[in-house]
Design a protein around this ligand. Structure first.
Ligand code: GMT
Length: 374
């Protein structure tokens, strides 16, 4: 198949899923064309069957807000026509689904199918805002296929927007050969003493991630178990995390590592991952951690309970329940057998339900079904 993919190219779950999906489809012999304003951060353009088409924007003094969506739609139409694409698969509804529909209209063809994958905040935060509600709803109705990354996100979309039967749940997936504990690891002693445990958090530091809770939970844990906190990623709440660690007198134990190209090496030396998000439609960081046999403590919200079994692969607590999360953390880190057991079960769960080979064919099947529809 010839597939166009559009995603946000920046650091974040939806871009990662879109890019890894593109790589896997290319390996399976499909031709994959990425269309975006810059190269997605994990994309290898030198791989066979992978192409990148940059959306360029004309600068003009009248444009206080340059119309990226229009430029994207025009580029999608141009690439779809020239490369004879079968479908456009867009990740994150706003504005990508609208742009894809516009491209289809520009070409005046029903042959080009549009598939929209909902990742979470495009529905739970952005799409639900009054300024975007009607256009999000409309763009979902216009898509030939809609997927959601968890049952929780599908249910929320149905509640707020539309039609249960037309949303297929296709979860996030992980390359379990790359994300594994026995791979090349980062140098553990570079981050912690032998007697210290390593706790990590990976996110884009947006308010929805509740990075303040990460610091508070860590502060309580480290008062009972010697530990270091690795913070991977960057975003608006980074300075809040820095000032809170100073306030709590733990800044010498918290390491801000910024955006990392590859997190697998760091996960492979971690003993625990914290993900206390306000909302989390799936939790890709938790999946990658579990693949590396790292137990996860997360909020009982969104799609996280579909991934993490409480007491079996990690622990879940109510959003904001810092005390419970810290209690679970101390429990895990002071009992090596428990920690290893949770890690082993986590990896087993990933191998059963969330591998590339298990999930990518779900997308291929959906593509074939859509293309086959007249
Ligand atoms: O908020 C983020 O972490 C980024 C966001 C995105 O769209 O880039 O991530 C969402 O998509 C990921 C991939 O499907 C999911 O694993 C994350 O759970 C989801 N984030 C939220 O729902 C907050």
């Amino acid at each position: 198949m010839k597939i166009g993919i559009t995603c946000y190219p920046t650091y974040g779950g939806s871009g990662t899923v879109a890019t890894e999906l593109g790589h896997e489809l290319a390996k399976r012999g499909h031709q994959v064309h990425f269309i975006s304003y810059s190269l997605p951060y994990r994309l290898n353009v030198y791989d066979e069957n992978i192409f990148f088409h940059e959306v360029t924007l004309m600068a003009y003094p009248l444009f206080e807000y340059p119309p990226y969506s229009l430029a994207l739609a025009a580029k999608m139409a141009e690439v779809a026509e020239r490369e004879d694409l079968d479908l456009l698969h867009v990740h994150y509804a706003i504005p990508h689904a609208v742009c894809a529909f516009l491209a289809k209209q520009l070409l005046g063809t029903e042959q080009l199918k549009v598939i929209t994958t909902l990742h979470g905040t495009d529905i739970t935060l952005v799409g639900n805002d009054t300024s975007f509600y009607s256009i999000t709803k409309w763009s979902l109705e216009q898509s030939d296929g809609v997927t959601a990354v968890s049952h929780s996100l599908r249910d929320e979309t149905v509640r707020h927007f539309c039609c249960e039967d037309e949303i297929t749940v296709i979860p996030n997936f992980v390359d379990t050969q790359h994300f594994r504990r026995d791979r090349v690891q980062a140098e553990r002693t570079h981050f912690a003493r032998r007697t210290e445990k390593i706790i990590c958090h990976i996110s884009n530091f947006r308010p929805v991630k509740r990075v303040g809770d990460v610091i508070r939970v860590f502060s309580r844990i480290q008062s009972e178990v010697p530990a270091k906190l690795l913070l991977i990623g960057d975003g608006p709440d980074r300075s809040l995390a820095q000032s809170l660690s100073q306030e709590l007198n733990i800044s010498d134990r918290v390491m801000f590592l910024g955006r990392q190209e590859s997190v697998a090496e760091l996960l492979a030396i971690s003993d625990l991952l914290l993900l206390p998000s306000e909302k989390e439609s799936f939790g890709l960081a938790a999946l990658e951690a579990m693949s590396c046999q790292v137990p996860v403590i997360a909020s009982k919200t969104g799609g996280l309970p579909e991934l993490i079994s409480h007491g079996e692969t990690g622990f879940l607590a109510a959003v904001g329940d810092v005390a419970a999360m810290a209690r679970f953390g101390v429990q895990i880190l002071s009992d090596d057998a428990l920690r290893e057991n949770l890690g082993t079960h986590g990896r087993q769960r990933v191998l059963k339900q969330f591998t590339t080979d298990y999930v990518v064919p779900m997308y291929e099947d959906l593509y074939r079904e859509m293309i086959g529809r007249s």
